[in-house]
Ligand binder design. Structure first.
Ligand code: SF4
Length: 365
């Protein structure tokens, strides 16, 4: 029996040794077989996206994507993966909406281009285009729940970057008829997607934070889980991406980004951004990238460094940044609390100065 307690434990305990899907598969297949009506259907609709989240799901090696689709979800519609076309494909949407009302799960990958509906055409019905702007709310109204995967679907993400010619919005800004769960990331981790779907199927809506992200995966700051945190405390900072030490000074947004990447890692535990020497770009943050995580290689401003060292101001997010900053450990939170984060982004600083020995000896106030 896969109890919720056991499921939550597996989610948190997942390590590089095994993906969540791998750990869940045997129990899950049994549990899903016992559900009345079997596995609920899933419709996966693309909005303004690069389809990177589908590719991320495909990067799950054990179980492979085929097993996820066959054992965990009953994926009926995906513009990227399905072979039916035109009327035959669209019929699946109509059938599922009618026959599985309040039982199917709608997954949306990508934002909703409200200002330019013709930017995303889901398919064609008798030669007439079906726009994502119309199809997504129409399906959502009949769905059991809506899951927005990837930062574009959750918060607009890269598709919403200034000047946002398509008028893209996150799904939860448009869909109000049903609960929307945000699973951000650029792309989202396969475990985050599968784990959220499994929770929905077996136990109902997962507990979420104020940005509707499942707390299971997004309750802790990258910074608090980061293995380079020891270097942060020691004041050892990399002077360029790829360097040794904490990556704060080359733009790391770990201190304002909630996600469990450091313990979960990507590509079945092969690696993750910071371990590869690249600063966290904050891709799971609600205002990624325009609102405070870009420029990616400009360092966060107004951040207290250890031993009273202060970083020079740079693009800290506005309201969202203030909210996420509250979750930063005490040594950082104190710095944020003393200063009001401005409504507008602060000017970026120039690239970090080279220092001898990697110590941040020149940044004392
Ligand atoms: Fe890790 Fe970035 Fe925090 Fe440094 S600033 S400890 S690299 S998360």
């Amino acid at each position: 029996m896969l109890t919720r307690r056991k499921f939550l434990k597996l989610c948190v305990q997942t390590t590089v040794a095994a993906s969540l899907s791998q750990l869940l598969l045997p129990d899950l297949a049994r549990a899903l077989r016992l559900l009345p009506g079997g596995k609920p259907a899933v419709l996966w609709i693309e909005g303004t996206s690069c389809t990177g989240n589908t590719v991320s799901l495909d990067n799950s090696a054990d179980p492979a994507l085929r097993e996820v689709l066959e054992e965990i979800i009953d994926l009926r519609y995906s513009q990227l993966l399905m072979w039916p076309q035109n009327n035959e494909a669209v019929q699946i949407l109509y059938d599922t909406r009618e026959k599985q009302r309040d039982n199917f799960i709608l997954v949306v990958e990508g934002g909703i281009p409200l200002g330019m509906p013709e930017a995303v055409i889901i398919g064609a019905n008798d030669g007439l285009p079906l726009y994502a702007t119309e199809v997504i709310p129409w399906l959502a109204e009949a769905a059991r729940a809506v899951v927005a995967v990837g930062n574009c679907a959750a918060f607009g993400g890269p598709a919403k970057t200034i000047p946002n010619p398509t008028g893209t919005k996150g799904v939860w800004e448009v869909v109000t008829s049903k609960p929307v769960i945000n699973v951000p990331g650029c792309p989202a981790h396969p475990d985050w997607m599968v784990g959220t779907l499994v929770h929905l199927l077996l136990y109902g809506l997962p507990e979420t934070d104020e940005f509707r992200r499942p707390r299971l995966f997004f309750s802790k700051l990258v910074h608090d889980l980061c293995p380079r945190r020891f270097a942060f405390f020691d004041g050892k900072f990399a002077q360029a991406p790829g360097g040794e030490g904490c990556l704060l000074k080359v733009g790391c947004k770990g201190p304002i980004t909630h996600a469990d990447c450091p313990t979960r890692k990507f590509n079945d535990g092969v690696n993750w951004c910071i371990n590869a020497g690249n600063p966290c770009i904050g891709c799971a943050a609600p205002d990624f990238p325009d609102g405070g995580t870009a420029p990616f290689f400009a360092r966060l401003g107004d951040v207290h460094l250890p031993a009273g060292i202060r970083s020079t101001a740079v693009s800290v997010t506005k309201a969202v940044g203030a909210a996420t900053a509250l979750g930063i450990g005490g040594h950082l939170a104190a710095g944020f609390a003393r200063r009001r984060l401005g409504k507008n982004r602060l000017a970026p600083v120039s690239a970090p100065q080279e220092t001898s020995g990697g110590k941040d000896a020149q940044d004392h106030d």
